[in-house]
Design a protein around this ligand. Structure first.
Ligand code: PHE
Length: 462
């Protein structure tokens, strides 16, 4: 059983890389909308509970598995329980992460397009026939542009290929010189940009009303569906159940404190989501856009450009925001790709460079199909879904919970005796009061709750 021998070179670097994976479009464009639907702070309370009660214990479990097994997502099971079939869980994780990679790369391409359009200023150039100074229908303008940039065939493909190229360069440079160095550079930048936007949002005229909207709890909105949605969101946002944290933690040195690292990463991820709420709601209120979408592509590609268009220094804000989005997407794609790269390196004994090419090259086919399925391949359907949506739903709603649940069952019940204790306490050198509650959650609570997430589509027939 071959195992990897690389490590992240510093504590800061490993936290930056893991936060880089966790902070992605889930925080930026999914969270604010979920919060708005779920009754503001009412949703936030439930979400925080999900992160602490479930997210952190599952994260610690994945860390233990990766750091203890010191191999890729499949190999760790072979190292710890040779001759058993648990490695199939790892294989499902590799498949899930690869499916996510296929469509996430396309989305990352959109962020690049918008960054580029902001830098050149084209995003804000008037349409032909639009007279400057007359009343402009910004919503129609940006909606048209989103259609042009995302749903047309060629432009999104070019952007996807650019993102594949950037990923290739970073990943080929290796774990320390590629992933770690990039994360050390980009994560502080991401937080600085977020802070700037928070300051701007709080100085807007309707900041108070926006914050009230976000932070006033409306418990009547808390349905079972919203609660289960919060659990699913926590899993996706923390990058759980896809072998990502297992792979990254196989690069953690022996003395890394797993619980503390999981708490740091999760709290930072949560912080980014909350900061996005603090930014979006005051902005939307202040420019009279309350009715507009505060979620998904419409939020970032239509509503926010409209906000920027109303502000002085439009282009500056636009460049900064899409840089933020681009950084969040890039560091996430890199972590997703690393799962299969490590798998190829460790299981198939490929050299790193070969593994990087073997993982990223097929994306020219798969990501192309995902991208085209939003345009001219719209009528190709798998179980009634476009290729893009099928990859998304199958990987995140079905495979992700299966992997997370099986991982907890394995670590709670079947891993070598004392393995979790040993990993959490670093061989007995770190005292940890969380050990008992954590083990209880991994054994009993997490498998049951994750099972509920898994079958929830059947419960709600959605
Ligand atoms: N956690 C990232 C986000 O919030 C996305 C992601 C999902 C990254 C799955 C890796 C794996 O967007």
């Amino acid at each position: 059983m071959s195992t990897n021998k690389v490590n992240f070179s510093s504590k800061l670097g490993l936290v930056a890389a893991t936060v880089g994976s966790a902070v992605g479009l889930g925080n930026i464009w999914r969270f604010p909308g979920e919060a708005a639907n779920g009754g503001g702070a009412a949703f936030l309370i439930v979400y925080i509970a999900c992160v602490f009660l479930l997210g952190i214990p599952v994260m610690v479990s994945e860390f233990a598995l990766g750091r203890g097994g010191k191999s890729d997502a499949v190999g760790v099971f072979g190292v710890l329980s040779p001759g058993k079939k648990w490695w199939i869980t790892g294989l499902i994780a590799v498949v899930a992460s690869y499916m996510v990679l296929c469509f996430y790369m396309v989305v990352a391409g959109w962020t690049f397009e918008y960054l580029w359009q902001s830098v050149t200023g084209n995003l804000y150039a008037p349409d032909a026939g639009e007279t400057v100074g007359s009343l402009i229908d910004y919503k129609a303008r940006f909606a048209n542009r989103m259609h042009a940039y995302i749903q047309e065939d060629w432009q999104p493909l070019v952007n996807t290929y650019i993102m594949i190229g950037i990923n290739l360069l970073v990943l080929m440079a290796g774990v320390q010189k590629g992933i770690e160095r990039l994360s050390n550079l980009l994560m502080p930048l991401l937080f600085v940009i977020l802070l700037v936007f928070c300051a701007v949002a709080l100085s807007l005229p309707e900041a108070g009303a926006g914050l009230k909207y976000f932070f006033a709890p409306d418990f009547s909105r808390l349905t079972a569906k919203v609660v289960i949605g919060a659990l699913g969101q926590a899993f996706f946002s923390l990058s759980l159940g896809m072998g990502i944290l297992v792979t990254y933690s196989s690069y953690f040195p022996k003395d890394t404190k797993l619980t503390r690292t999981a708490i740091t990463v999760s709290v930072l991820d949560l912080l980014v989501a909350v900061m996005m709420g603090i930014i979006i709601f005051p902005a939307v209120m202040s420019f009279g856009l309350e009715g507009e979408a505060v979620q998904g592509t419409t939020l970032v590609f239509v509503t926010l450009p409209e906000v920027f268009a109303h502000m002085p220094m439009t282009q500056l804000w636009s460049v900064l925001f899409f840089l933020l989005l681009f950084v969040a997407a890039l560091t996430s794609t890199i972590s997703i790709a690393e799962v299969t790269i490590a798998f190829f390196q460790d299981r198939l004994n490929m050299r790193r460079i070969t593994a990087c090419v073997a993982v990223l090259l097929p994306l020219f086919v798969f990501s192309t199909l995902c991208s085209l399925s939003l345009g001219s391949l719209d009528d190709v359907r798998i179980f009634g879904k476009t290729i893009f949506d099928f990859f998304d739903t199958f990987a995140t709603n079905i495979l992700l919970p299966i992997v997370a649940m099986t991982t907890c069952i394995y670590l709670g019940w079947f891993a070598p005796k004392g393995f979790m204790e040993d990993q959490i306490t670093n061989g007995g050198t770190v005292r940890s009061w969380v050990l008992r509650p954590l083990l209880f959650i991994v054994r009993w609570v997490a498998p049951v709750l994750i099972f509920i997430i898994l079958i929830s589509p059947l419960l709600f027939a959605v």
